[in-house]
Design a protein around this ligand. Sequence first.
Ligand SMILES: Cc1cc2nc3c(=O)[nH]c(=O)nc-3n(C[C@H](O)[C@H](O)[C@H](O)COP(=O)(O)OP(=O)(O)OC[C@H]3O[C@@H](n4cnc5c(N)ncnc54)[C@H](O)[C@@H]3O)c2cc1C
Length: 474
Amino acid sequence: MAISVYTSDGKTTQLPPETLESFRGGLRGELCLPGEAGYDEARTLWNAMIDRRPAVVVRAASAADVLRTVRLASEHGLLLAVRGGGHNIAGNAVCDGGLMLDLSLMRGIRVDPAALTVRVEPGARLADLDRETQAFGLATPVGINSTTGVAGLTLGGGFGWLSRKLGLTVDNLLSADVVTANGEMLKASASANPDLFWAIRGGGGNFGVVTSFELKLHPVGPQVIAGLIVHPFSHAKGVLQAYRKAVEKAPEELCCWVVMRKAPPLPFLAPEVHGTEVVVLALCYSGNPAGADAAIAPLKAIGTPIAVAIGEQPFAGWQTAFDPLLTPGERNYWKSHDFVELNDRLLDVLLDAVRHLPSPQCEVFIAHLGGAINRVPADATAYPHRNVEFVMNVHTRWSDKAQDAECIAWARTMYDATAPFATGGVYVNFMPEDETQRVKSGAYGPNYDRLAQLKAKYDPKNLFRMNQNVAPAK
Ligand SMILES: Cc1cc2nc3c(=O)[nH]c(=O)nc-3n(C[C@H](O)[C@H](O)[C@H](O)COP(=O)(O)OP(=O)(O)OC[C@H]3O[C@@H](n4cnc5c(N)ncnc54)[C@H](O)[C@@H]3O)c2cc1C
């Protein structure tokens, strides 16, 4: 029986059974139709708000599988979604009725310790990468939740504990193998297709499917000094004012994010603190251990914490520290702003929102950027936000569908209230699916026009449209 598949222009087409069967026979990986083994696993994303049913799923095992799948989609004009780690909040990794290319089985990683590089396949998670590279005492900067996919994170920019010292993940990208819309495999690097290389360093999945990332490695740890300083919410404003001052002079080896939420039942917190609002300073010092005490002292000197749990630990272990709070399968809606400073009026607005968290899992993260990230010119890569010091990410999380409206409304209210203090820019990887109007001015700003021209060159029919989409220039 022919399979009905959505096309990218909103219509449907019939894929004859012989087309599908001969395609299936040519794969090293799997083709899954609804009801077949692997189908539900592939279509289930980190964010439980996303529940879409593709007509066909290809679970690629190799670059050749990717090439064949892109050619099939291109030839038949199919609606195509591409999944790396499946973490993106917007849920564009899966589509209803179309063709889903699932890369999550391609998790190979090869470290070259002599060249200080690593090759990463597009289904690898941050935990896979850290595990392999840290065996050599090496690392590249990625995000702070180990189940996140390397692919989506890298293509949007990528920042975490090491970024103030070592830059964004894209600043460490040396080359990538990209399958473009016409079904060709191109190398993108500073010397090969440099325009494509520019575009994929922040431009997301707009330009093709990356089957291999080559990243620069640096000596890191493997032990670092990291942990949490927990303050009561009643002292929040003073703590944040002192935090702001302390990080102003922090060395780039030190990165300290703020997390405001109801306290989880951590073993070092007294039971009466559990479930009450707290302000947490989460820090990682990845420099020479001899400098750790002096670097961290200004943060430790702030106020009267409820608990201080900082110590030497494996970097790869610290990379998993937030995993228990960021588990898959919850309903999620995020809102994000970029800031160059945290002024007092902004702090008041933030704190007021945290007093009214709509669920126990909701949290406000303030990521600490600056340093090496901001030494790169805004037009050197597609990621343009090179003046940003702090990124607010409102993680609205809840379990019960009945709370959808209340939780989403809380996040939107907070977003609106904090907007006057923000740059107007936004990290593309933190945007929910209903923010398409922010792609041009918010996510890409001055780099948008160049991205649109490159989109017209590499994907004129917008085959890769399931993403924070850059429309091809006319
Ligand atoms: C809990 C959590 C914590 C996070 N923490 C951080 C953080 O600390 N720092 C940070 O920078 N980001 C962070 N993020 C955001 C993260 O960078 C994005 O969600 C990213 O898109 C995840 O990548 P993925 O491969 O898992 O996602 P997916 O949902 O699989 O992919 C996202 C999109 O990328 C594109 N894509 C994926 N793979 C490919 C490929 N191989 N080729 C072409 N296009 C592709 C597709 O358009 C897809 O829709 C976090 C996200 C979550 C959910």
